[in-house]
Write a protein that binds this ligand. Structure first.
Ligand code: 5GP
Length: 218
């Protein structure tokens, strides 16, 4: 394990790809890494056996990026999804907001699905763990409820290998589909935000795979 990877020693599952090793996608000419729907789907589905063992009663999807991965997981885990919306990044500048995490939308604890959180195992889903600030905030919000979950786990499609600002409690299980280098990731649902239609986005994602280390060299 590299020194950076050791920063995430509470990781329970094994990520599919080694940060510097084979299977990594290269950056496109703009320095960003493009991921296709299939890349995301594969990473998410690779977590299903471990997540079934955790056996959550409900998923909390952190929007907007966690919504699609959470929906993918719903097919396999067959549990409902609650949507919350937390904002850290300024979409206009791709920079971290100075104000920290803002709670834009939370779930209704009195709703049928919302009432599943109290006293049960809960799975928090987001697309990418960057500084970990958002995940820490979400987990702390859940844990400080009057009637908190019995156990919390976190699942992300991608974990960026870097020193983390946020800290997750030891008793929170952590699942990542793929450990990735510390670059900006572009996801298919955001294609237009980067000036691409989905076909162009998927082309770029293919290009990043072809240019990356696809493991053919050993
Ligand atoms: P963190 O709190 O871990 O720094 O950031 C979490 C949020 O920032 C994610 O939910 C995501 O919305 C956004 N984010 C961080 N890095 C990236 C990235 O590389 N690509 C995209 N699209 N969003 C990112």
């Amino acid at each position: 394990m590299t020194e950076d990877a050791a920063a995430t020693t509470h990781v329970v599952t094994t990520a599919k790809q080694d940060p510097a090793g084979k299977g990594q996608k290269a950056a496109a000419s703009d320095g960003k890494t493009y991921y296709s729907y299939a890349d995301v789907h594969e990473a998410v589905v690779s977590l299903v056996p471990a997540l079934k063992e955790f056996d959550p009663a409900v998923i909390i999807a952190i929007g907007g990026g966690g919504y699609v991965p959470a929906r993918m997981l719903r097919t396999s885990l067959k549990i409902p999804v609650l949507a919350v919306s937390l904002e850290l990044y300024d979409d206009a500048t791709n920079t971290i907001s100075e104000v920290g995490v803002r709670k834009i939308q939370w779930y209704d604890e009195r709703s049928d699905t919302g009432s599943r959180v109290a006293g049960n195992r809960v799975l928090v889903v987001d697309e990418v763990d960057d500084t970990r600030t958002t995940l820490q905030y979400c987990v702390e919000e859940l844990a400080r409820a009057d009637d908190p979950p019995s156990e919390i786990a976190v699942a992300v499609v991608h974990n960026k290998i870097k020193p983390k600002k946020g800290v997750l409690p030891e008793n929170v299980s952590y699942f990542t589909g793929v450990n990735v280098p510390d670059r900006w990731n572009c996801y298919p649902w955001d294609a237009e935000a980067y000036g691409n239609d989905i076909r162009r986005h998927e082309e770029l994602a293919r290009h990043c795979s072809e240019m990356g280390n696809n493991g053919d060299d050993d």
